[in-house]
Design a protein around this ligand. Structure first.
Ligand code: NAD
Length: 476
């Protein structure tokens, strides 16, 4: 199958293409994705600029109809799209279908947002003058997305961008063109005027800067790694371009002596290893107090070792493969680093599956301290470590001792500690007796410190990024 680009309402092949490889079975090639040369990016930018005023003038009903159509179709096809997702990214089929359904729900939510108009009419401090505060679209937005949520992250950027009247250029990650193409295909039949939505696949280091450097792109929303994000922030800052970044994490899960052990272990297992640990909100540091430490480690080690790793499409699989050879090597390198720093590692070895894929056993590293590299740098794989602490105060200090601040959790039955943690955890999202990963779609998503930059994504808060505020004064 070919995954062409979608520019100005037309499907476009390119002379270069890249194979879309199934990480569960490298002999399974899903297809070939277009690789846009710079002239194609330019054309997408021009098409979006031509279409932007048309879509900015659309009615809330038109926007609702488009987004509701897309959401309904994704929901109706969630098994098929979830299977495609699991095949190209490697999360289990249940996770893939769940993510596809989430994308449908996001489009439905933003269909509603298109109708929920915002604005104020206020009295002026001057007699006879009227004041209107309204929101306008930003214009043309460039959306740059990572590979780990190939349908949900494009959905949570594309849907609000369109709901608030913007024209879009989506640049998905090279590893997952199938899901991006599927969204584009549905959007191509949704009634959107041509050029309002454009899909440009190609090298991140070429297409990204072409979008960021263009004076005809008004805003950039990026999700991905810290290194790439910092470069984008600097480039956008130079150009005074609106930018929003969602990046990495080193998310802690605190387990206190008074925690329900079963809840704590299941919460940690899910947070660290589901979706192969390839979630920006994955728990990678378990900060555990002395009284529960031995029981917690014994139970979590047993359940971690029992996780069934295998082909994402096999119904018995609980943890799919790593996304590609490069990420697998990075994970294995971090397991070695943890060992060389003095950590005790169980699991973490490369595995052979029935098919040739990027399989590894989930790794649990004990006997670590927070200063080790394994506790400071994002691995982005099924690797989690345990840090023993004396009490709650030390646990909070260790949890916050990181440059990141995306998600932070605590397992406790104490209302006092739960309340204190919610107020004092330095993170954009805080979980009590719930995994650090796994969020709702109708409320804001994002982090603090080095994890995020700019206004929040998702829920009604998405309006902040995708609109600009205008204050109008009238003397009738
Ligand atoms: P990445 O930074 O390598 O790539 C992200 C996107 O940026 C891709 O589309 C890529 O092609 C593009 N890109 C690459 N170079 C670019 C450049 N110079 N200019 C502009 N764009 C460029 O990240 P990844 O490996 O795809 O994703 C993994 C990372 O994403 C992890 O760090 C993870 O924590 C993070 N992530 C964060 C969130 C969040 O919401 N905070 C969610 C998912 C993933």
């Amino acid at each position: 199958m070919e995954f062409p680009n979608f520019i100005g309402g037309n499907w476009e092949q390119t002379s270069d293409s890249v194979a879309n490889v199934n990480p569960s079975d490298v002999s399974d090639i899903l297809g070939h994705a277009a690789q846009a040369p710079l002239q194609h990016v330019e054309r997408a930018i021009d098409a979006a600029n031509t279409a932007a005023p048309v879509w900015a003038a659309s009615t809330p009903q038109q926007r609702f109809d488009v987004l509701d159509f897309v959401g309904s179709e994704i929901l109706a096809r969630k098994e098929e799209l979830g299977t495609l997702l699991s095949r190209e990214e490697g999360k289990t089929l249940a996770e893939g279908i769940g993510e596809a359904a989430r994308a449908g729900q996001i489009f439905k939510f933003f269909a509603g947002e298109a109708l929920r108009q915002r604005g104020d009419r206020l009295a002026s401090v001057r007699p006879g003058v009227e004041v209107d505060v309204t929101r306008s679209p930003v214009g043309v937005v460039g959306l740059i997305t990572p590979w780990n949520f190939p349908i949900a992250i494009p959905a949570w950027k594309v849907a609000p961008a369109l709901a608030f009247g913007n024209a879009v250029i989506l640049k998905p990650a090279a590893l997952v063109p199938g899901c991006a193409h599927a969204i584009a295909e549905i959007l191509s039949r949704s009634g959107l005027p041509e050029g309002v939505f454009n899909l440009v696949m190609g090298k991140g280091s070429e297409v990204g800067p072409a979008l960021i450097d263009s004076p005809k792109v008004n805003a950039i929303s990026f999700t991905g790694s810290v290194g790439t994000g910092k470069g984008i922030a600097a480039a956008c800052g130079l150009r005074l371009k609106k930018v929003q970044l969602e990046m990495g994490g080193k998310n802690p899960m605190v387990v206190l002596d008074d925690a329900d052990l079963d809840i704590a272990v299941d919460t940690c297992l899910n947070g660290a290893f589901f979706s192969t640990g390839q979630r920006c909100t994955a728990s990678s540091r378990f900060v555990v107090t002395e009284g529960i430490y031995q029981r917690f480690v014994a139970s979590l080690s047993e359940k971690t070792a029992a996780l069934r790793v295998g082909n994402a499409l096999d119904a018995a699989t609980q943890m799919g493969p790593v996304v590609d050879a490069r990420q697998l090597q990075q994970n294995l390198d971090y397991v070695d680093i943890a060992r060389s720093e003095g950590g005790t590692v169980s699991g973490g070895q490369r595995l052979n599956g029935a098919t040739e894929g990027f399989y590894m056993a989930p790794a649990l590293v004990t006997e670590t301290v927070n200063a080790m590299r394994i506790n400071r740098e994002e691995v982005f794989g099924p690797v989690a470590s345990v840090i023993r602490v004396k009490d709650y105060d030390e646990a909070l200090m260790v949890a916050n001792d990181t440059e990141f601040g995306l998600s932070s959790g605590i397992c406790t039955t104490s209302l006092k500690y739960a309340s204190h943690f919610k107020a004092n955890a330095q993170a954009g999202m805080v979980m009590v007796n719930l995994p650090t990963a796994g969020v709702d779609y109708h409320v804001p998503f994002g982090g603090s410190k080095g994890s995020s930059f700019g206004s929040r994504e998702q829920g009604s808060y998405a309006c902040e990024f995708y609109t600009t505020v205008k204050t109008a004064y009238t003397l009738p």
